[in-house]
Design a protein around this ligand. Structure first.
Ligand SMILES: NC(=O)c1ccc[n+]([C@@H]2O[C@H](COP(=O)([O-])OP(=O)(O)OC[C@H]3O[C@@H](n4cnc5c(N)ncnc54)[C@H](O)[C@@H]3O)[C@@H](O)[C@H]2O)c1
Length: 580
């Protein structure tokens, strides 16, 4: 029976049959012969995910001083039911990754349909034709429990499989550039032996030309420039590999403006990536305890951070949202710990800060569920069966990437507590982590495994109409700083909800004026790191009491002379009456 791969928009593509492979290779060979004759170098990018698809286009778009293309790129992707659809889409000139950067679709279309420097394929035979192979497959870190990164392991399956295939197919002169974020030591101690062994089996004596240069890509508004116009670090396993990788990167990346850093050994490039991301994860985790301190002592952490940030030495202090997601920060430190023990063979426990930071970040969003429960409780509504709307599914503002987002954990935890969840995100059409939670992300990586009662979340759909989504909810969680959520008007929100609700601000989205207005409208407000909301609530309560006092001392006037806000305050007094 033919198997199919379905694109995110629902288009079905039949997976290639055995007899298709020969024809596909002939197609590639003809194209490569033609491009080589025109002086183009042949580059195969293995793995067309978030990084590989756009890197492939950046390389295909490279040109010499006269504006002529210098590379012909073959993007290669396993023909799995999950990913095969990317190949026919790219071959039409359509980007397989959705992006807020308009340059992504333009560049892919330009390279495929105008410059004819980019195609995609499913056959590993493409590797035989490559001068350079760029490896952009995933290298995951699998956690066995939530909040303990030490209880886990690196999943090198896709990487090792790719390297075995590379060793079997490439010519000895091919440069293999590993861009995947790997456990430090991988290029020399895992990749090199795998490729060397395959070479030996093929009777090739030459040393494999392997190099490492990690990606710093940010899939958002500056997706393309975060690859092309950004600083790179690289290193080769030997002199020849280093020279080749430096030459290649100089030809495809804007190294004139963003100079290359060449390190002595690949383990240094690999370590740079892990330290870079562990540093950021630690900065964010550090603020978690101060966020709790702020909540419990009437402090607004957003104002504290703004006050500190003016000092140039502290300008990278950050407000941690509801959990630190994205593909890289939750896992990269884990790859470091794992490498120390399992690649380099050390038994002692030198890592303290890195795992602690990841553990704090991995569980921070659970606190949002507690705040939501408390806010609802203050309004006399139980969390069980409360209808809650979450604004924002992605891991950071103004992108559609939901990988390991704090929002996912908020949904899972609140569902476990019996709440009914709705979600809105203007950048996300399908939240695959729920819709396909049995198979996505692969290899049982779904965070579902840490929670009970998750079955019904397969039916969770991302609402696109905010006003419709607001109708009838008990609580609203502002989870992501998407631009659409920064200026929401409390009056409009409450009107669309049909009455007062609990509002939980996870990302310093509400200013004091809006917080005050929500209280005046009878809502309850809580926020991560926003201890001062209690003070605003008290001010509103005092104001209401003053109005009541005035009325009782001027009985004959009745309600005359009261503003509409005063009247609202009187009507909505029940919410303010509840103590925290
Ligand atoms: N996404 C980011 O923001 C980001 C940023 C910096 C670095 N990185 C690193 O870049 C690497 C790739 O990340 P990604 O986000 O592109 O991952 P991804 O999961 O989106 O893409 C990996 C792709 O490789 C394909 N693949 C796996 N095995 C293959 C094989 N044998 N042959 C061909 N294709 C194969 C998969 O099907 C998938 O399409 C990771 O190491 C990641 O840590 C990612």
């Amino acid at each position: 029976m033919a198997e199919y791969s379905t694109s995110p928009t629902g288009e079905k593509f039949r997976l290639p049959a055995p007899e298709d492979y020969l024809r596909e290779f002939e197609r590639l060979r003809r194209l490569v012969d033609d491009r080589r004759a025109r002086g183009l170098e042949i580059v195969v990018v293995m793995g067309l995910g978030f990084v590989g698809a756009v890197m492939a286009a950046v390389v295909a778009d490279a040109q010499d001083k006269h504006g002529n293309p210098t590379k012909f790129v073959i993007g290669m992707q396993r023909p799995s039911t999950r990913s095969y659809w990317k190949i026919p889409l790219i071959n039409r000139g359509i980007s397989p990754v959705s992006s807020e950067d308009p340059e992504v679709p333009l560049m892919i279309n330009r390279c495929v349909n105008e410059k004819k420097t980019l195609i995609a394929t499913y056959t590993f035979d493409a590797l035989k034709l490559a001068d350079v192979v760029i490896l952009d497959v995933q290298c995951d870190y699998v956690k066995a429990s939530l909040g303990n990164v030490c209880d886990g392991r690196a999943d090198m399956g896709a990487l090792e499989e790719s390297l075995e295939i590379i060793g079997q197919y490439i010519s000895p002169q091919t440069l293999v550039l590993i861009e995947t974020t790997v456990a430090p030591g991988t290029t020399e101690q895992v990749a090199y032996p795998i490729v060397k062994k395959s070479f030996r089996k093929r009777g090739i004596e030459k040393e494999p030309l392997l190099a490492h240069s990690f990606e710093r890509v940010m899939p958002g508004r500056n997706y393309v420039s975060s690859i092309r116009d950004f600083w790179r670090v690289c290193s080769g396993v030997n002199e020849e590999a280093t020279q080749r990788v430096v030459k290649f990167l100089n030809e495809v990346i804007n190294t004139e403006k963003f100079p290359l850093t060449v390190l002595d050994r690949p383990i240094e490039s690999e370590t740079a990536k892990i330290v870079e991301n562990s540093f950021r994860a630690t900065l964010l985790a550090f603020m978690d305890e101060w966020s709790l301190f702020a909540e419990r002592n009437g402090v607004d952490l957003t104002k504290v951070i703004a006050a500190i940030k003016v000092r140039p030495t502290h300008s990278n202090i950050m407000f941690p949202g509801p959990g630190i997601g994205g593909y890289c920060l939750p896992k990269d430190g884990g790859l470091g710990l794992w490498a120390y023990r399992h690649i380099h063979g050390f038994e002692d426990d030198i890592f303290k800060m890195t795992p602690l930071a990841i553990n704090i970040n991995d569980t921070r969003s659970l606190h949002v569920a507690q705040l939501t429960r408390d806010a609802l409780r203050n309004m006399g509504r139980p969390i069980a069966s409360a209808e809650i709307l979450l604004l924002g599914a992605s891991y950071r503002e103004d992108v559609g990437d939901t990988r390991y987002s704090g929002s996912e954990l908020i949904v899972r935890r609140l569902t476990e507590m019996g709440a009914e969840l709705k979600v809105h995100d203007p950048y996300v059409l399908h939240w695959w982590e729920f819709e396909k939670q049995d198979e996505y992300p692969g290899n049982s990586h779904s965070l579902r495994r840490f929670f009970r009662g998750q079955e019904k979340l397969k039916d969770l759909r991302v609402e696109q109409d905010l006003n419709k989504a607001l109708d009838g909810i008990d609580a609203l969680i502002l989870a992501v700083r998407h631009k659409h959520y920064l200026d929401l008007d409390p009056d409009e929100i409450v009107k669309n909800c049909g009455g007062p609700i609990a509002v939980v601000d996870c990302f310093g989205i509400l200013d004091d004026e809006k917080i005050r207005r929500y209280f005046e409208l009878g809502c309850e407000v809580k926020g991560l790191g926003r201890g001062h909301v209690k003070r605003i609530k008290d001010q509103v309560r005092v104001k209401r009491e003053q109005i009541l006092l005035n009325i009782s001392t001027r009985k004959e006037d009745g309600n005359r002379g009261l503003t509409s806000t005063d009247l609202e305050l009187l009507n909505n007094g029940h919410a303010l009456a509840v103590e925290d």
